[in-house]
Design a protein around this ligand. Structure first.
Ligand SMILES: N[C@@H](CCC(=O)N[C@@H](CS)C(=O)NCC(=O)O)C(=O)O
Length: 115
């Protein structure tokens, strides 16, 4: 499945809907160490309920490349993890870890999930 350079508005809208429908949204890849660290922070450390999050593993999905390009079109970032909390684009793992270190991550999560 080659990576397209742009995707249709329909696909971008579908990805936006996944972001809109979930308090926490994370696009990952199975082999990505930054993604593993992000998932550890969100689910093991912060105890985000799994039912409140949509975690996509793009490299094991038929339409993973399209979704990655759609995310780039939505937020300008082409790497994973691509993280949203309460529909706010957070960035990647380094951005998440900065929020964690400052205590701001807890504030953001508490506005959208029960932790
Ligand atoms: N500074 C970024 C680094 C993320 C990164 O380099 N991710 C790699 C995978 S481990 C990536 O997305 N590479 C491009 C790709 O897989 O398409 C972060 O903290 O999230």
């Amino acid at each position: 499945n080659p990576k397209p350079q742009t995707v249709s508005k329909e696909i971008v809208d579908q990805v936006q809907k996944m972001i809109d429908d979930n308090p926490v949204f994370v696009a990952t890849k199975s082999y990505c160490p930054y993604c593993k660290e992000t998932l550890k922070t969100l689910f093991d450390v912060m105890k985000v309920p799994v039912g409140d999050a949509l975690v996509l593993q793009l490299d094991t999905m038929d339409d993973g490349n399209e979704i990655q390009v759609a995310l780039k079109q939505l937020n300008g970032q082409s790497t994973v993890p691509s993280i949203y909390i309460g529909q706010e684009f957070i960035g990647g793992n380094s951005d998440l870890q900065k929020l964690y270190a400052s205590g701001e991550l807890k504030n953001k999560l508490q506005k959208v999930v029960r932790i």
